[in-house]
Design a protein around this ligand. Structure first.
Ligand code: CO8
Length: 371
């Protein structure tokens, strides 16, 4: 049985932050911190904080701008945390709401109703709550049937869920599986950390995976998938339900994302390019058979290197489109945003690669062909 991607959808917040705005807020915080701790800094017992710079951010990452849930709270030097009012249990939760918006677009693109959906997978880097599953809330809000469950594979959340959905369709358990990937990353971003404050943005995507027999023309046949993980502490978030058992460490910065960016860069680039090349060979395809690569959107220099190692030449924007300049790193959603915004011009028979990489480490490669 063949599985296809028959629709995708995208939600993004209306608030956004430029690098200059982000750096102005961060540097105001640094100035204030250093002034408040001037005596300890002068006595050599405390290191002064260093300012951030918009030039560094663009050069090191390619990011110029990001969409965020709450600009005011994120930039307010008194707070530097998005303000996200809690909702009563009777109201649709925020993550379900943004997922439903993206899902409706994906269904519309595929010409489907929610009643056609037999399963929902909600997969993302940070789930809003442990249970009931967000996927079941989305299933209920849409009026879909079947079953739903949540999963988390950090930046590879969407691609790993596509593999799950493909397996469900191939096994005959469902004809249409909806994957939603709500990445509200700023809830877990430390806007006071110079190393990471500029990296992430918020977005949600949805992908409809269906049995090819019921899918519309123009859907993307899934030619092959490859997942790989290798343990690393270089991207880590220690937030979890056991934290409340140790008040001393409960609110420490390691309960937000921390990373050794340089190490990640060096270790992940070879890992991704090797997996893609191996899988191409297994599918009896050549790199030149790939019309386009929709790569994870973490760092433009990283994507340039990966694309070059796979294709054997520097990739153009047409071969490997970038969206992170506008969206920042939206964790699992990045490669799907690139696919959603930059795939409609491809023709029947064109092949491409959706590829994620991130914490874990985790790599997900989905090879597709337009029908
Ligand atoms: N402004 C100015 N200078 C800075 C800044 C800043 N903001 N930050 C660091 N510097 C300084 C450093 O201190 C360093 O100074 P020195 O040379 O004196 O030590 C210098 O600039 C160079 O720093 P780096 O070596 O760290 O700079 P890099 O060129 O490596 O760039 C990056 C840093 C951009 C972080 C880069 O390494 C990178 O993008 N690496 C890959 C990271 C990656 O792909 N991560 C994947 C994360 S996604 C994921 O899986 C997580 C999912 C969870 C999502 C939810 C999160 C909220």
């Amino acid at each position: 049985m063949t599985a296809v991607i028959s629709g995708t959808g995208l939600w993004r917040p209306s608030d956004s932050i430029t690098n200059d705005e982000l750096v102005a807020s961060f540097n105001a915080y640094v100035e204030r911190y250093n002034a408040e701790h001037a005596a300890d800094i002068a006595a050599g017992v405390l290191e002064p904080l260093q300012p951030s710079s918009a030039e560094f951010i663009v050069k090191a990452s390619g990011i110029k701008h990001r969409y965020v849930l709450d600009k005011k709270g994120s930039l307010d030097v008194e707070r530097m945390v998005p303000r996200i009012p809690e909702r009563p249990n009777e109201q649709l939760s925020l993550m379900a709401e943004v997922s439903v918006t993206a899902a409706k677009q994906a269904l519309e693109q595929a010409g489907r109703d929610a009643q056609d959906v037999d399963a929902v997978i909600c997969s993302c880097s940070s789930l809003q709550r442990p249970y009931p599953a967000l996927a079941i809330e989305v299933q209920n809000a849409l009026g879909a049937g079947g079953f739903g469950y949540d999963m988390n594979v950090a930046c590879s959340s969407a691609t790993f869920a596509i593999q799950n959905a493909t397996d469900i369709v191939r096994a005959g358990h469902a004809r249409s599986v909806l994957v939603v990937n709500p990445e509200l990353t700023t809830g877990h971003l430390n806007f006071r950390d110079r190393e990471t404050h500029f990296i992430f943005g918020d977005a949600a995507v949805a992908i409809l995976i269906e049995n090819a027999e019921v899918a519309p023309k123009g859907a993307w046949k899934i030619l092959g998938t490859k997942l790989q993980t290798r343990f690393s502490n270089n991207i880590r978030n220690n937030f979890g339900f056991l934290n409340r058992g140790d008040e001393q460490f409960r609110d420490m910065p390691d309960k937000l994302i921390t990373q050794q960016g340089r190490k990640v860069f060096k270790e992940v680039v070879p890992m991704v390019s090797e997996i893609v090349l191996q899988q191409l060979a297994e599918l009896k395809l050549k790199p030149s058979d790939l019309r386009r690569m929709w790569l994870h959107q973490a760092n433009s220099n990283m994507n340039r290197l990966i694309a070059e190692r796979v294709l054997g030449h520097e990739a153009s924007q047409d071969e490997a489109p970038t969206v992170l300049d506008e969206y920042g790193n939206t964790a699992g959603a990045g490669s799907i945003i690139a696919f959603h915004l930059h795939s409609s011009d491809l023709k029947s028979g064109d092949r491409g690669l959706i590829c994620s990489f991130g914490a874990g480490y985790s790599v997900g490669a989905i090879f597709v062909q337009k029908t």
